[in-house]
Design a protein around this ligand. Structure first.
Ligand code: MF3
Ligand code: CO
Ligand code: CO
Length: 248
């Protein structure tokens, strides 16, 4: 069942999403060579607690931290550690938070200092893929059209679209129905309706699409060790389009 939120619930999620966007704006200047994932995690947690938000990832299925911090070939779900970021790295930060029991989820990939040309293009194109997906959303469409549009765009580059992870409904749980793939599949064809809330979150690899989970049971990395990029927004479906909730 895909849960349809009330206007009041959407209003709370709007506030929640804005706070999450503000958290990333707060973190951005700290994302520099020399800082560690653990330090970023602490900054994020302090910011959220000061603003009465709950870091929902901490303790979720045993995940230990507020942020997912995924560096270079790490795709998603990286566990913050003492490893220091260095010039030329790309780092994906992902976070789910709640306000008054309702959650939003967003991710951004940052450049650490000056990065290579290939990495820069990967970041730009992955974010573009997210916005192309967002632009297609409207009430009455089938959810698998989102993946079609993302795949269609990414196909023009020699990138790998991660197939093992996807977007999802969000609100009272981190992962609700429906499944929002980043490629076309005839399997997921529910129609979106006004006030459904979903995430769109392309994970795009510079190389092949294959990924594996490390022995820490969380970190997902590319098999060929090439860099990977992830951008995510939470959006609410409207009659004519959608509203991005995880923005200022
Ligand atoms: N934010 C992630 C997502 O986009 C979920 C993270 S799982 C956790 O689906 F364990 F790290 F919380
Ligand atoms: Co996320
Ligand atoms: Co998500």
């Amino acid at each position: 069942m895909i849960y349809i939120k009330s206007d009041d619930e959407i209003q709370v999620m709007r506030e929640c999403g804005t706070l999450l966007a503000l958290m990333y704006d707060y973190l951005e200047p700290y994302v520099q060579p020399g800082i560690s994932g653990l330090e970023l995690d602490k900054l994020a947690e302090n910011f959220l607690l000061k603003n009465n938000a709950v870091p929902e990832q901490k303790g979720y299925k045993g995940f230990p931290s507020t942020l997912c911090v995924s560096i270079n070939e790490q795709v998603i779900h990286g566990i913050p550690s003492k490893r220091k970021l260095k010039e030329g790295d790309i780092v994906g930060l992902d976070c789910t938070i709640s306000l008054k029991g309702l959650m939003t989820d967003s991710a951004r990939t940052f450049a650490v200092g000056t990065i290579g040309k290939k990495e820069k293009l990967l970041l730009e194109r992955t974010e573009k893929a997210l916005y192309l997906g967002i632009d297609t959303v409207h009430s009455g469409m089938r959810v698998n059209e989102i993946g079609r549009v993302i795949e269609e765009y990414i196909k023009s580059f020699e990138y790998g679209i991660v197939r093992d992870f996807c977007g999802h409904g969000v609100g009272y749980d981190i992962h609700e129905e429906p499944t929002v793939l980043n490629y076309y599949s005839s399997r997921y064809r529910q129609r979106l309706k006004e006030n459904m809330v979903i995430t769109i979150e392309p994970m795009i690899n510079l190389g092949r699409d294959d990924v594996r989970v490390l022995s820490d049971d969380w970190t997902v990395e590319t098999i060929d060790k090439q860099p990977s990029c992830h951008f995510e927004h939470t959006i609410a479906v409207t009659e004519k389009g959608c509203e991005i909730l995880t923005v200022k």
